[in-house]
Design a binder for this molecule. Structure first.
Ligand code: AMP
Length: 410
């Protein structure tokens, strides 16, 4: 898709060309159309996804169409709140770049520097204000800033605002905004406090989630069990006894393996369904619908059959077999952690699969914690004295992984 398909006005298209952008990023493609229609939006996306342009372009376009009389005094019509000075500066530069042919004015304010040049810029009038919370509140209190004309409000990196202790300042700022406005909230993760905020400040928001490899991996709790190949089924049955595993998508490398898992689970009294290429489309769809409706707790799938499965609120992904292609691991675990809500990914690794694990850890650039306390340990590993893990984990009653680090003697 090209930017031409997004109904953008020509001065913006021209500016994007000047920037060297030809193809919109995924978040731009998905967020720009609803934003141009005036909808509220939740964007689950990190820096690096092109999210700044995703909100800046529609704001610039709507503002420039509204503000035909550029000679009229400027009032703050768009407010972008972001946690750090660096982000604020970058966002300001983006607005300047994408709006270079529009005649709209933006300014950036942040703390830690004298306020004079910022208040001077404000006095001249601005259309778009990019601010960090502390300085913004300060200047509101000093009556340099009035937010009553704001029509567009962007809360950028909401989860970081929370981490940095800005959430109360953010709430105070929101109380200064008019009730009628278009609101966009971006956050890489959705901790409960942010979900609450989402519910209180957005109206029927469109949800757009893009998960670049690193962010997917960051928000999902992961762990590996070293286990004998023959014991994998017993380990799976053992894990599924934990009722905190509300729904589990179990990955098998082969169709035959998937059928075998279903049989073993059935023998143990665990009801599960399989989807793979040997099943008819109707059977696959039925299994998927049952899983989505939470009628089935466990769905066993091969990688190909799982393509396109989009189950919101999937709590656990279990890799019965580790994939030999590391990217497949990332795609598999990305089935949970949708829309930034987190999730748990557990992987079984037998002696032959250790090289696969190594490749995966290389791709995601981190060590996956190893769970050593389980009933079916890999005896060859123990006898070889190769407990080479630096990070250990255990799965608690809640079904989440509690990590604990210990120094391991080699
Ligand atoms: P952001 O996630 O908004 O911080 O953007 C990350 C980087 O991607 C920035 O350096 C942008 O200039 C660049 N960028 C954003 N959108 C595009 C695009 N459609 N094509 C090429 N580069 C882009």
């Amino acid at each position: 898709m090209s930017f031409d398909k997004l109904n953008l006005i020509s001065p913006i298209l021209e500016a994007l060309k000047t920037e060297g952008y030809t193809i919109p990023t995924l978040i731009q493609e998905r967020a720009i159309p609803p934003l141009l229609e005036g909808k509220d939006l939740i964007g689950c996306a990190q820096t690096g996804t092109g999210k700044t342009a995703a909100f800046a372009i529609p704001i610039l376009q709507i503002l420039s169409e509204e503000k035909r009389n550029l000679k009229a005094p400027k009032t703050i019509t768009a407010l972008i709140l972001t946690p750090t000075r660096e982000l604020a500066v970058q966002i300001g530069e983006s607005f300047t770049a994408y709006g270079r042919y529009l005649g709209l004015k933006n300014t950036v304010i942040f703390g830690g520097v004298p306020q004079k040049s910022q208040t001077d810029a404000l006095k001249e009038g601005v259309d778009i204000l990019i601010a960090t919370p502390g300085r913004l509140l300060d200047l509101i209190n000093q009556k340099y800033i009035n937010l009553r004309h704001v029509k567009f409000f962007v809360l950028d990196e909401a989860d970081r605002m929370l981490d940095m202790g800005f959430i109360n300042d953010v709430k105070k700022i929101i109380s200064h905004l008019p009730k009628t406005r278009q609101t966009m909230l971006f956050s890489a993760t959705m901790p409960p406090e942010i979900s609450k905020l989402v519910n209180s400040i957005l109206i029927n928001p469109v949800k757009v989630a893009v998960t670049p490899i690193s962010s997917t991996v960051d928000i999902i709790e992961q762990a590996v069990y070293f286990v004998e190949k023959k014991d994998k089924k017993l380990l799976l049955i053992h894990l599924l006894k934990n009722k905190a595993i509300a729904s589990a998508l179990v990955f098998s490398r082969t169709k035959h393996g998937a059928n075998k898992i279903i049989k073993d689970l059935a023998n143990a009294g665990v009801q599960a369904e399989a989807i793979h290429g040997n099943k008819s489309q109707v059977a696959r769809q039925r299994a998927l619908n049952n899983f989505k409706a939470k009628k089935t707790r466990v769905l066993v799938a091969t990688d190909i059959a799982a393509r396109g499965i989009d189950v919101e609120e999937l709590s656990h992904v279990i890799n019965f077999d580790l994939p030999n292609i590391p990217e497949t691991y990332v795609h598999r675990i990305g089935r949970t952690g949708r829309a930034g809500f987190g999730g748990v990914a557990l992987s079984f690794c037998d002696a032959d699969e250790k090289p696969f694990l190594k490749d995966i850890e290389k791709l995601i650039a981190k060590q996956i914690p190893k769970i050593e306390e389980h009933p079916y340990p890999l005896t060859s590993l123990a006898s070889a004295g190769k407990k080479d893990t630096t990070k250990k984990a255990h799965v608690g009653k809640s079904g989440s992984i509690g990590y604990f680090r210990r120094r391991i003697k080699s």
